[in-house]
Ligand binder design. Structure first.
Ligand SMILES: [Zn+2]
Length: 633
């Protein structure tokens, strides 16, 4: 069913974060790089209930703290120092990073602040060793044009990236790697004036073009993260964190609108049935006995560990837990998410999906009668330790009560398929407080002037130039601008003798296709790309061999083009070797060649190229075949 987004009053705001490609991190001189090897240093910290100076404690943080969650941080010396470990105060702000953010801000006609004040933003999950993230506003009140619409840019800021999670085990230890911590991020926040999924995607694309135009942003998966604030009247403001692919934005917005519309409908129906939030009680039943003989593997496993099965009744909820909010995503899915988050259980069972998973009709009957469930009541049950079960069912009760009210305000995390999962309750307003370790940085008029005189070419102008200067067709020129290779394209064309269209098509369509096939093309550096094309230009590598070489290099970091060529057997054949192959092919097809006469060329060319593709220049092959056929007469 199509949604009329105007009619439902959809409002979306975007927050775009992208890593900046600076020589050092934001508050120290460490390299802004991720490492893959085993960590040289690890240290364990207890997660503390981070508290702002105003005395508020985040409930989710406090909950984790109570459970005794510990964080194991992993580090190496090249990518982190005492600053990331929170053993030393941060150094001065990185001026390269400020300049890049200012450049983007001025391209969006924003007004720079006079003084940069670093602020602390409470972070609850251990992804920052300090318990907060440092952030500072660089400019305010910009705007961009997207089609006919002017989209206000509320602020353009500079932030430190967080540590990245590398694992979590059952003993309440979460692992984070601090190589990413402190990498500078630009943050661009639009006003919530976007009214459709398509428009959200277009705005993100326009901002992405500005970021790439600075020539100072990182590329590859994980370097850009988009947060979406989505609301509809009667629904709620929901924040979706971490959409990594631009192409997913419109789908994520559409799904969230659908999710909210379906939750509103469920709430209306529940209200009509007369059920009130107070009717859903935190009354938990021990139903372990019901499942004594069960064939359900999950429950069996729990019982073997001496754990419990507990159940809760959700009055009037029968049928609603299986109600789809999105394809294959139900109200029951949301309850399970909450149970997993707060109770650390693997999942929940509920009567809407029974019998299933080895639970029999008889067991369901026994369960319903053990908890005295009336007609219309749904029963949710969980098998785990007594403590986890209790927290999980409490979370289910809370989610059920919210379902009667409508859509809960919450922060959700983006899944790779465009759906989202519960992340945490929405934090309250006052999460920011001043960073006292860093004095304000003045943005002088001279600095602003210098940056504004050197602003990069706007993308519309670049589009015109690319079509004129390099004779690219408009589609290809647009693709180059929207790709991560806009700058390197021009350098490659200037340095190699390869036609601009070939270079552009490779950097856009071919690389995209390779990415789709799972090749991590971002592992191949710009310098390597330049070198490869130089070799194509000089005839040492054929352009047919490009995809093979790039995928080999992506899997063998720190190896050279020469390594790729010899390892793939792509050394070019000598003229003598080619002549021999051609003679052999002609010999083997002597009869056909005789019959076809002059027309044999196409056939022989096809056969020879099949054998030498990637190892010989097609023009040379064609010349040699013609000569050889001449000799046959
Ligand atoms: Zn450092």
């Amino acid at each position: 069913m199509e949604i009329d987004y105007e009619k439902i009053g959809l409002k979306v705001g975007l927050e775009i974060h992208q890593q900046l490609n600076t020589p050092a991190k934001l508050f120290c001189k460490c390299k802004p790089e991720l490492f893959k090897e085993e960590p040289e240093i690890t240290f364990l910290r207890r997660l503390r209930p981070t508290q702002s100076e105003l005395g508020q404690i985040d409930p989710a943080a406090y909950f984790e703290f109570q459970k005794g969650v510990k964080i194991l941080y992993e580090a190496n010396r090249a990518t982190s120092c005492l600053v990331e470990m929170d053993e030393e105060p941060p150094h001065q702000l990185n001026m390269d990073a400020i300049e890049t953010v200012l450049t983007a801000a001025l391209m969006m006609k924003a007004k720079p602040v006079d003084e940069i004040h670093v602020m602390r933003k409470t972070v609850i999950d251990g992804s920052n060793t300090t318990g907060f993230q440092r952030t500072c506003v660089i400019a305010l009140n910009g705007e961009i044009k997207v089609g006919e619409k002017t989209v206000p840019i509320q602020h353009t800021s500079l932030e430190e990236d967080a540590a990245r999670k590398t694992g979590e085990d059952e003993t309440n230890v979460i692992r984070y790697r601090i190589d990413r911590l402190g990498i500078p991020l630009i943050e661009i926040a639009t006003a919530p004036v976007i009214n459709s999924p398509k428009e959200a995607q277009e705005v993100a694309l326009a901002i992405g073009r500005i970021l790439r135009a600075t020539g100072k942003v990182m590329r590859g998966l994980g370097t850009i993260r988009q947060d979406l604030n989505i609301s509809i009247p009667n629904g709620a403001l929901v924040e979706i964190k971490g959409v990594q692919e631009l192409e997913l934005i419109s789908l994520a917005v559409e799904y969230e609108a659908r999710r909210q519309l379906n939750l509103i409908k469920i709430s209306e129906e529940l209200k009509k049935s007369g059920v009130e939030p107070e009717d859903i009680k935190e009354e938990f039943f021990d139903v372990t006995d019901v499942f004594k003989q069960t064939k359900c593997k999950v429950i069996r496993k729990a019982l073997d560990k001496n754990q419990k099965v507990s159940a809760v009744k959700l009055s009037k909820f029968q049928g609603y837990l299986k109600r789809e909010l999105l394809p294959n995503f139900r109200l029951g899915t949301e309850m399970a998410d909450r149970a997993r988050f707060w109770g650390r259980v693997g999942g929940i069972f509920h009567t809407d999906e029974m019998p299933a998973y080895g639970v029999t009709v008889e067991e369901v009957e026994a369960l319903r009668s053990a908890v005295k469930a009336q007609e219309g009541t749904a029963v949710v049950f969980v098998a785990d330790s007594a403590e986890n079960v209790k927290e999980a069912l409490k979370a289910v009760v809370e989610r059920a009560r919210e379902a009667i009210g409508g859509v809960p305000e919450e922060t959700r995390a983006a899944n790779p398929d465009g759906t989202t999962r519960y992340m945490r309750p929405r934090p309250g307003a006052a999460r920011m407080y001043p960073e006292t370790d860093i004095p304000p940085t003045i943005i002088t008029e001279n600095f602003v002037k210098k940056v504004s005189l050197n602003l990069p070419e706007p993308s519309e102008q670049k589009l015109g130039r690319l079509t004129k200067e390099y004779k690219l067709n408009e589609k290809l020129a647009k693709q180059i601008i929207d790709s991560e290779y806009g700058d390197v394209f021009e350098t490659i064309v200037k340095e190699s003798e390869v036609s601009p269209t070939t270079v552009a098509a490779f950097l856009t369509e071919t690389l995209k296709a390779l990415k789709r096939d799972g090749v991590q093309v971002e592992n191949v550096s710009e310098n390597q790309l330049k070198e490869i094309f130089k070799s194509v230009g000089s005839g040492d590598v054929t352009k047919e061999a490009l995809p093979e070489i790039v995928s080999w290099l992506s899997k063998h970091e720190n190896k050279s083009l020469q390594n790729a060529i010899s390892s793939l057997g792509l050394e070019m054949l000598s003229k003598e070797e080619l002549e021999k192959i051609i003679d052999n092919v002609i010999d083997a097809n002597r009869d056909a060649v005789g019959n076809l006469g002059k027309n044999a060329f196409g056939m022989i060319m096809g056969m020879v190229m099949k054998e030498v593709r990637g190892k010989a220049n097609a023009q040379l092959v064609s010349r040699l075949i013609k000569k050889a056929l001449e000799r046959q007469k």
